[in-house]
Design a protein around this ligand. Structure first.
Ligand code: CLF
Ligand code: SF4
Length: 290
């Protein structure tokens, strides 16, 4: 039985449990991605603290020792999360790692983050492995808007461009959210706020995902880079206004720390990623989000 939203509000740092000094570890086991967000700069390095930037990719088998070490150093860790650096469903590694977490650390909350392209078709496996909390990044629920944020998707081996791809992505996200929430998994939605593209669309996203069963909503400000390097990042006032609009439909999470895909510790309070993963790599790789 998954933890309920109420349970998570006490123990999960990204679902309201941040007040209780709860920590999380991200296991960067998912290398590749199956969609092409226009703001995604797929780079691994040690310099930046932002989603998707990670030092190296580990194997699901290595997760067990890493978790042991992390829990010794940081006993506050309550959540084992997988947030990239690519998409968690684009390969089988994340589900494999979660099976190992379930077996070896049954007390840990299992938290997965995905772009949702394969959420519907992988829902049974996700439910079976016992994911407690799942984050889906939904940047638009209108394919015309989504196409401005996403260039293409690769779906069952075929590339679908712009609006055609966006339509498939949104449909699968919403069907997937309905399916996993009906099975008792608590869903959080992340939206990358790009004021000039989806700034006036936030209310519609919040309303739609809430109807589909999501419980909590997190707005991530755009870091202008890659194809969207000429867009403006939202101001604090714009973020706040977007949160207020969303909060008419769904609980809003306001404490996101934009964690790397290999973050370890209590978000905003402690960071042990260097000790656990010995950050060394600086090679070109994929990007994801917490
Ligand atoms: Fe990680 Fe994300 Fe799970 Fe949290 S992060 S997979 S839901 S355990 Fe949290 Fe970090 Fe913000 Fe993510 S503060 S980036 S919301
Ligand atoms: Fe994939 Fe995440 Fe990058 Fe989007 S932001 S292309 S979902 S890795």
């Amino acid at each position: 039985m998954s933890n309920t939203y109420k349970d998570l509000q006490n123990s999960h740092p990204c679902f309201g449990g941040h007040k209780n000094n709860s920590g999380r570890i991200h296991l960067p086991v998912s290398p590749g991605c199956n969609i092409a967000c226009r703001f995604c700069d797929r780079v691994i390095n040690d310099e930046e603290e932002r989603p998707g930037v990670t030092s190296k990719v580990i194997t699901p088998g290595e997760s067990v020792d890493i978790l042991k070490k992390a829990l010794e150093i940081c006993p506050e860790i309550k959540v084992a999360g997988i947030a990239g650096p690519g998409d968690t469903l684009a390969s089988d590694y994340a589900l494999e790692a979660f099976r190992k977490v379930k077996e070896n650390f049954p007390q840990l909350i299992k938290c997965m983050s995905t772009n949702g392209l394969l959420l519907y078709e992988k829902a049974d496996e996700i439910i079976d492995v016992g994911i407690d909390s799942l984050t889906v990044t939904v940047n638009a629920v209108d394919p015309e808007i989504e196409a401005k944020l996403n260039k293409y998707i690769i779906y069952h081996g075929k590339r679908y461009e712009e609006v055609e791809g966006a339509k498939i992505l949104i449909e699968n996200q919403l069907k997937g959210i309905k399916k996993v929430t009906s099975a008792g998994i608590t869903v959080k939605i992340n939206t990358v706020l790009v004021p000039e593209i989806n700034g006036s669309h936030i209310e519609k996203i919040a309303e739609t995902v809430s109807k589909a069963g999501a419980k909590i909503y997190n707005i991530i400000p755009l870091i202008p880079q890659f194809e969207l390097s000429n867009m403006k990042a939202p101001t604090c006032a714009e973020i706040e206004a977007a949160r207020t609009k969303a909060s008419r439909y769904i609980d809003v999470f306001r404490h996101c720390k934009h964690c790397r895909a290999d973050a370890v510790g209590v978000p905003g309070r402690s960071e042990f990623g260097d000790q656990i993963y010995q950050r060394k790599l600086n090679v070109k790789e994929t990007f994801s989000h917490g």
